[in-house]
Design a protein around this ligand. Structure first.
Ligand code: NAD
Length: 435
């Protein structure tokens, strides 16, 4: 069973079969997923029959790295709005099922984030399975692995454009960029857009302001906000909240040094910050107006939701709901207004979305996401989602997904549904045998 193999066993299997590159591609007419090699059809069938993570993904392209036996994959979900865009992660997986599921789920998530942001990008994700035999942080390994990933990008001719993600650094992006033009998030000194964390924090503020407006709670002035995490996004977020004259920020992080640093930076401001243990969720239960999860995912679940006292949850962390349907409903029933994370944390991808178009100070392509005039701004989209949630008695997460899925089917006004055509041309050229 290929599905149960771990990625290293699978790489071994591929070597025995003399397969270096392979793909799975969705055929719309027959509604089937086809594998490039008959020996791999079992995995294609798994994808095709999966109800949880598969949503007619257009294709997925894989290779074994030239050294270190890393399985590298580019998952392309939907390209109606433009080339699939999303970061590449370097992670450890226990089985091929976990690996494929993660790629499918994350690629679909990027389609939704990009579409709801009104970006003319589709959704995709790069996933590389780390081989635990080697030290993942070794500079030589990383250079080799990320350069290979760049070559994979070039070979698939732009149906997916990669970016930074957890576990991938700016140096890694530079290595990718040395092999392909199909990447964003390259270092600033090579013309990239720079650190996305500050823009992400601004987006969270816009989401908070929209939720307050929706609930007739006024502005951020005088409010108390509890922030989980004090890292790259949370630290500038705390600063923005002080600029908005909040009454108090309560913050927690597991990193004692970081807690001290942030306390020092904002000394003189109404900040209560504490070091917590990883299993300490007490920050979510503070008496406050807004809770902002800015640390890890899945923090909203049956153990935490009953204890939340805030009226609003709005933060940067990805996938805050452990189970979208169950926990979205539970928050609604408790009277907590949840601003979906993929709506409010979009600014990371927005920041690098137009790298190719050059830079302008106060670029309207960027600032419109943060103002209130543009239909797809964070503020207006949040109001739309919360209003429809109330009208239809549907959780904000469900409404946001529905709106995003509708938008994701709009074809790019210039290029049409070109990504799908690129995929078809790759299949025709026998991509698996090239390079
Ligand atoms: P980060 O690693 O810099 O910060 C996360 C912080 O959370 C760390 O300081 C860590 O010590 C702390 N933490 C971990 N577990 C904790 C716990 N149980 N309690 C309290 N603190 C805990 O990451 P970041 O870039 O600030 O991103 C934060 C979240 O936002 C992540 O989920 C990330 O995926 C998401 N996000 C970030 C961006 C971005 O631009 N950086 C964009 C979109 C989404």
């Amino acid at each position: 069973m290929l599905l149960e193999m771990n990625p290293q066993e699978f790489v071994q299997f591929l070597k025995e079969e003399k397969i270096k590159r392979f793909y799975f591609v969705y055929e719309k007419g027959t509604k089937t997923v086809k594998a490039s090699h008959p020996a791999l059809q079992e995995l294609a069938d798994f994808i095709q029959n999966d109800k949880r993570d598969f949503m007619e993904h257009e294709g997925a392209f894989f290779q074994i790295s030239s050294a270190y036996d890393v399985l590298q994959g580019a998952f392309v979900h939907r390209t109606n709005r433009g080339q699939a865009a999303g970061g590449v992660r370097f992670w450890q997986y226990n089985s091929m099922e976990d690996y494929l599921r993660d790629g499918l789920r994350l690629a679909k998530g990027m389609t939704r984030k990009n579409a709801l942001a009104g970006l003319w990008w589709g959704g995709g994700k790069g996933v590389m399975a780390h081989n635990p035999k080697y030290d993942k942080m070794d500079a030589k390994l990383r250079e080799s692995v990320y350069k290979d990933f760049g070559r994979l990008m070039t070979s698939i001719r732009g149906c997916y454009v990669t970016a930074e993600d957890v576990g991938t650094s700016v140096e890694d992006m530079a290595n990718i960029f040395s092999q392909t033009r199909f990447t964003t998030c390259i270092p600033e000194q090579l013309g990239g857009s720079g650190n996305p964390s500050v823009p992400t924090a601004s987006g969270v503020v816009a989401g908070m302001e929209a939720a307050l407006d929706f609930l007739d709670m006024g502005t951020l002035e005088g409010k108390t906000i509890a922030v989980q995490g004090m890292g790259h996004v949370a630290e500038p977020l705390i600063g923005f909240l002080f600029e908005k004259h909040v009454k108090k920020v309560i913050a927690a992080d597991i990193n004692a040094g970081l807690v001290d640093e942030v306390k020092h930076k904002y000394s003189g401001q109404p900040l209560e910050a504490r070091k917590v243990n990883a299993d300490d969720r007490s920050i979510l239960f503070e008496e406050c107006d807004i809770v902002a999860p800015c640390a890890t995912g899945a923090v909203l679940n049956p153990q935490t939701i009953p204890n939340i006292k805030a009226k609003i949850v709005c933060g940067a962390a990805n996938n805050q709901l452990e189970n979208s349907a169950r926990d979205g409903k539970a928050l609604m029933e408790k009277g907590v207004t949840f601003v979906p994370d993929f709506l409010t944390n979009r600014m990371g991808i927005v920041n690098c979305a137009d790298e190719q178009s050059g830079y302008i100070d106060n670029d309207p392509l960027f600032t419109r996401h943060l103002d209130r005039d543009w239909e797809y701004s964070i503020f207006r989209t949040t109001l739309k989602v919360l209003t429809e949630s109330l009208q239809n008695n549907q959780s904000p997460a469900d409404v946001a997904v529905r709106l995003a899925d509708e938008l994701s089917l709009q074809d790019n006004p210039i290029y049409g549904h070109r990504g799908e055509k690129i995929i078809r041309s790759l299949v025709k050229r026998n991509w698996q045998d090239l390079g």
